[in-house]
Design a protein around this ligand. Structure first.
Ligand code: AMP
Length: 454
């Protein structure tokens, strides 16, 4: 089948005429990009493991209701962005738009309530949202996240924030700005909701079409609307922190105290509600400043700052009633965070995080003649067993072109296997700097290279 799709500019600016193209809002990740992705996941994993978290892998597909009943029918994710699949058996499955609901489904289904609480889990993988692609927003993107399930203690909120900040900082990101808010619980949120409805009713004429509908379905989401006619209204809107009941107030105050004692600067952003229905109490987002922070520790954000909001790199919050929306007979308090890895990898100040298994190659393997080609994989295997990572070009034949590549790549040693060496079971080890050479028995090669500190 021949596709009639248009020519497209690929990475590096070269035009290709490939018959098929990667779906809109998605991309191929090749070589270094994959290393960076896995490098970040390794770094964040290491941090989580030190803090006693365990890994979880849930399926990419879930019963669509896992998301529609938890994330919320009126959320953008469920309303507009979810990819769904109808199976041959007639089930409707959703391709994961986020992880938290899936992790909670697993917690309930696998009986994790019976384990010592809290249960602390971390995960990573791709998520899919049918959104308009733009800078920092893809239809396929990777998240790393963590959840603490089974406790409502404020220290869990602080730990989730701390580990998220650590993962970003240890990836080199600076000028991180933590925005926090509390949106209350089932006791105080209804009152706040009523205040918000009353306020927005007064400004109903100014609201966009979606927000007019949200006034009935999900008024808190109006605070999240980026439409130019709606966004400015939030600055005069009632603030959730002013409506908090005493237990929520105490909880929020404790979270802030933990953050202060951890030396994590924060800004209370009273308009922060986040897009998902299941949040209660603490909500937070982490952005990267492109300019110095303008708001001091613990101060309430200047509404004007919101005008050119930078990309949000990570976000999360507490979701004490999520379990019930998934059919649990009792509440399972929990708090979590997810980091958008694609956005971390867009940060100019990120350090190069390579997976541990990737070593800078110190040896270029050269083979000359068919006999040597036949034996070449045996030699490479000897090197692998000796933990020496190798570059080679098995499709090349001439010594000159192979040495040329080794020089271009600035690899310090070349190992040369010619016909003579095959007969003698040896190789030539050549120092590419001073061009000195040694003939070494293949059986002694690993030890020999160890002495050279390769
Ligand atoms: P959320 O699950 O919406 O709270 O998102 C958590 C984090 O995932 C965000 O802070 C972003 O860094 C990242 N993220 C969310 N949506 C996208 C997207 N469409 N493309 C890239 N990253 C995203």
């Amino acid at each position: 089948m021949v596709s009639t799709k248009k020519t497209k500019t690929k990475i590096g600016g070269t035009k290709t005429n490939a018959p098929f193209q990667v779906p809109k809002g998605m991309r191929d990740r090749i070589g270094h990009e994959v290393h960076e992705l896995t490098g970040f996941i390794e770094k964040a994993t290491e941090i989580c493991l030190y803090y006693g978290f365990k890994p979880i892998v849930t399926p990419l597909l879930e019963d669509a209701q896992v998301y529609s009943s938890s994330v919320g029918i009126s959320s953008d994710i469920v309303e507009k962005e979810m990819y769904t699949v109808k199976t041959k058996g007639g089930d409707v499955l959703a391709v994961r738009p986020e992880f938290t609901a899936s992790v909670m489904r697993s917690y309930l289904e696998q009986g994790m309530q019976n384990q010592t609480q809290p249960v602390m889990l971390y995960y990573s993988g791709p998520c899919y949202r049918y959104d308009r692609p733009q800078r920092g927003r893809w239809r396929e993107f990777y998240q790393f996240g963590l959840e603490i399930l089974g406790t409502e203690k404020s220290i869990a909120d602080a730990m989730v924030i701390e580990l998220t900040m650590l993962s970003l900082r240890e990836s080199g990101l600076q000028n991180l700005r933590l925005l926090v808010n509390s949106i209350g619980d089932k006791d105080c949120r209804p009152g706040y909701r009523r205040e918000l409805i009353a306020y927005y009713r007064k400004h109903q004429a100014q609201l966009c079409k979606d927000c007019k509908a949200r006034l009935k379905s999900n008024p808190l989401r109006i605070l999240d609307c980026k439409e130019p006619q709606c966004a400015p209204l939030k600055f005069e809107a009632p603030q959730s922190v002013s409506s908090l009941c005493d237990p929520c107030k105490k909880h929020f105050k404790e979270v802030l105290e933990y953050l202060e004692s951890l030396g994590i600067e924060y800004v209370i952003d009273s308009t922060l509600v986040r897009g998902l229905d299941y949040y209660t109490r603490t909500v937070f987002e982490i952005q990267q400043e492109t300019r110095p922070p303008e708001v001091a520790l613990g101060e309430v954000a200047n509404p004007g700052i919101q005008a050119d909001t930078p990309l949000t790199i990570a976000g999360g919050g507490r979701y004490d009633y999520l379990a019930r929306t998934l059919g649990s007979k009792r509440d399972v308090p929990g708090v979590g965070s997810s980091i958008g890895i694609d956005r971390v990898l867009m940060a100019e100040d990120r350090v190069e995080l390579m997976p541990r298994v990737i070593k800078k190659p110190k040896v270029y393997f050269i083979q000359l003649g068919f006999e040597a080609k036949l034996k070449s994989m045996n030699v490479i295997e000897v090197l692998r067993k000796g933990r020496v990572s190798v570059v080679h070009s098995l499709s090349k034949d001439s010594l000159g072109s192979q040495l040329g590549t080794a020089e271009k790549l600035q690899i310090p040693y070349a190992i040369i296997l010619g016909q003579r060496e095959v007969i003698d079971n040896t190789v030539i080890v050549r120092n590419m700097d001073n061009r000195s050479q040694d003939v070494v028995k293949v059986s002694k090669l690993a030890d020999y290279l160890k002495k050279l500190r390769i």
